[in-house]
Write a protein that binds this ligand. Structure first.
Ligand code: HEM
Length: 118
């Protein structure tokens, strides 16, 4: 089982870093590259969310505590971020990326601190 967790965490973090990082970069550069990067961003979002669900299912069974609530808040923000990026893609991509950047900021923070929240 350890190898499954290792692969899932590697996929989760690699894809998550690309998704969040590209979102921050586009939001800070006036929307440059938003169109070209939309596909890769949604691909990375899919891998991140699926691997995250897998990790949660393996590592966090049983009654939820502070760590699970923190991960859950981060996950919720990530899913909303993907929805906003998709929904605002045509109308106002820069605004969509900026809102998603704020949400993914919360996600990354939650993921990073979750194990230390008691
Ligand atoms: C629906 C979306 C997401 C879900 C369900 C999710 C779920 C999880 C779970 C279950 C873990 C494992 C915690 C443990 O070690 O027990 C984790 C770790 C982590 N996640 Fe996510 N995650 C999501 C989105 C993201 C995103 C967008 C990022 C952006 C970079 C991210 C970054 C991380 C990092 C860096 C860790 C490692 C934390 C550590 O080992 O201390 N996650 N996530």
């Amino acid at each position: 089982m350890l190898w499954v967790i290792t692969i899932l965490i590697a996929l989760h973090i690699l894809a998550g870093v690309f998704w969040a990082g590209s979102t921050f970069a586009i939001a800070r550069s006036g929307g440059a590259g938003a169109d070209a990067l939309f596909g890769p961003q949604m691909g990375a979002a899919t891998v991140t969310v699926l691997a995250g669900i897998g990790l949660f299912a393996i590592l966090h069974r049983g009654p939820p505590g502070p760590m699970e609530h923190t991960l859950g808040l981060g996950a919720l923000c990530a899913v909303v971020a993907a929805g906003v990026q998709g929904a605002m893609r045509k109308k106002n991509p820069l605004k969509g990326q900026r809102i998603a950047a704020a949400l993914l900021f919360v996600t990354v923070l939650c993921m990073a601190i979750a194990r230390y929240v008691h």
